[in-house]
Design a protein around this ligand. Structure first.
Ligand SMILES: NC(=O)c1ccc[n+]([C@@H]2O[C@H](COP(=O)([O-])OP(=O)(O)OC[C@H]3O[C@@H](n4cnc5c(N)ncnc54)[C@H](O)[C@@H]3O)[C@@H](O)[C@H]2O)c1
Length: 378
């Protein structure tokens, strides 16, 4: 058994949403050791949290500069090898860039950066640094999403006709109607979130799911946003028509004001020989639709699944695995890349997925602001 990979965490403190998902995911396959990090902007808070979760406080730093300085003083075999960047969006670019330039591998939350320009700079930085870089589009880690990708790649649906991805949440309803509350949320602050709230935060996952499962690229889009209030500068709802080529078209529907919706991500891919449908809130069921055969329900862990899907399933069929396991699958893929082991390119989303995401986010904003016009992606 190789030694555990030494993991640093930036952001993801006790007050965060996503920190626990990464901590548990890193632990699940027994191949990472959380070694240190900067959990909060406030050093005292970071230290307090490290004590709470029993991480040695001598590797908790005041900021990223101090972490890099401290870690580079240590012998290589003790040094943090990879850092997870789990801060609000505007810190992803400066943090990931510094980490790469100083020889660390990076696992970065989405959206990769706050602008497409930054994303491309980061891509160049990675090319020079030759490190492992993953962007945590968590939902690609589910076994049945992986199964959809592998079966579509094998041609099971034939030529794709239509793609349809939805990501509906309702949580901003509690905030959006009150001007004071609006300013208290970083996702509604363009300086911290980037130019989009809804499309940048969740629409980008739906976009990624379409490209991940079909292996096709979205070439152009037309977007209509809803800001709900004239004095709100951040979209909280949007519908995007997409074209992948002349005969493959579809829609991305995304909302943070879809009343009563929780984490309603779903995807449907329709082809000439059949269709697949999958819902995040019920992730262990992949529906196969056909014009001529009865509806099939595919489930994880069975021998009929692909290697990529089975590699992401730990227990026999009927033992439901969920979001922690999906993220753990991404961490597992990254661990293989760091150790120079063979891995499938579906095991974790890469820098290219992150760059495509920013191309998409900026495309939707440009389309809406120019009067709902078609915009080409690169
Ligand atoms: N992959 C997913 O499905 C998914 C889900 C939720 C959030 N996210 C992404 O994760 C990131 C964080 O989101 P969240 O909801 O956890 O945010 P959050 O506001 O709940 O937590 C952010 C954390 O970063 C810390 N932080 C802020 N500034 C810092 C600094 N300078 N140095 C160190 N730590 C600092 C905060 O103290 C907090 O612990 C965002 O980019 C978001 O888009 C991804």
């Amino acid at each position: 058994m190789p030694k555990k990979i030494r993991l640093g965490i930036l952001g993801g403190g006790g007050d965060s949403l996503i920190g626990v998902l990464h901590r548990v995911a890193s632990f699940i396959n027994d191949n990472y050791q959380i070694t240190g990090g900067v959990f909060n902007a406030q050093y005292e808070e970071s230290l307090k949290f490290a004590e709470e979760i029993d991480i040695p406080t001598n590797r908790i730093y005041g900021d990223l500069d101090a972490l890099i300085e401290g870690e580079l003083k240590l012998p290589e075999e003790e040094r943090i090898q990879v850092c997870s960047v789990l801060t609000p969006n505007f810190l992803h670019f400066p943090m990931a860039k510094k980490l790469l330039e100083n020889g660390f591998h990076v696992i970065c939350e989405k959206p990769l950066t706050t602008t497409y320009e930054e994303a491309k700079i980061l891509q160049d930085t990675l090319t020079k640094a030759k490190k492992v870089f993953a962007v945590t589009h968590t939902y690609t880690g589910y076994p049945m999403v992986r199964e959809m990708r592998e079966r579509i790649k094998e041609g099971e649906l034939g030529k794709i006709h239509k793609v349809d991805a939805q990501y509906y949440q309702g949580w901003i309803n509690a905030i959006i109607h009150d001007k004071e509350k609006r300013s208290s949320v970083w996702r509604l602050d363009p300086k911290k979130a980037g130019i989009s709230s809804c499309m940048g935060d969740i629409g980008v996952h739906a976009f990624n799911m379409i490209e991940f499962t079909t292996g096709l690229r979205i070439q152009s889009l037309l977007c209509d946003f809803n800001y709900l209030y004239d004095d709100n500068v951040m979209d909280v709802d949007g519908t995007v028509l997409v074209r992948m080529d002349k005969h493959v078209k579809g829609v991305i529907r995304s909302s943070q004001v879809a009343t009563g919706e929780e984490n309603g991500l779903s995807i449907a891919i329709y082809g000439e020989k059949g269709a697949f449908k999958w819902e995040q809130e019920n992730p262990n069921y992949l529906y196969k639709l056909s014009d001529t055969e009865p509806l099939q329900v595919l489930k994880p862990g069975h021998a009929y699944n692909s290697k990529l899907s089975l590699d992401g399933t730990k227990l026999p069929p009927g033992h439901p695995e969920g979001i922690f396991d999906a993220m753990a699958n991404i961490y597992l893929g990254v661990s293989k890349a760091i150790r120079g082991q063979e891995y499938n390119d579906g095991e974790f989303p890469t820098m290219l997925d992150g760059v495509r995401g920013l191309n998409f986010i900026e495309g939707t904003v440009a389309s809406h602001k120019q009067g709902n016009v078609w915009v080409n992606l690169d």
